[in-house]
Design a protein. Structure first.
Length: 92
């Protein structure tokens, strides 16, 4: 929605769980993963009303994206997943 008021409009088709950062120029975001499993870091430009790929992501991402004051983008990447099962004798 424009700051001065008016009609709201959708600017992004999809965003992965809280993976976006808004700046004065636009929005950095990670869309939901495509059917082929590949992801991308994208930037939506407010002036051009278009988005472009900033970086291809070859591994799954976790939740969130952050932008520091000096312009460094941070996001989580899943390198490995696992779990352990433990048997506890005489557990009460």
């Amino acid at each position: 929605m424009p700051v001065a008021g008016g009609q709201e409009r959708q600017v992004l088709d999809s965003v992965r769980a809280r993976a976006f950062a808004v700046t004065a120029r636009g929005i950095y975001f990670i869309p939901r993963v495509a059917a082929d499993g590949k992801g991308a870091l994208r930037f939506y430009d407010f002036a051009k009303r278009t988005s472009a790929v900033i970086a291809e992501l070859d591994r799954p991402t976790g939740m969130g994206l952050s932008l520091s004051a000096d312009g460094v983008l941070l996001y989580t990447q899943v390198d490995r997943e696992g779990s352990d099962l433990q048997l506890t004798p005489d557990f009460r």
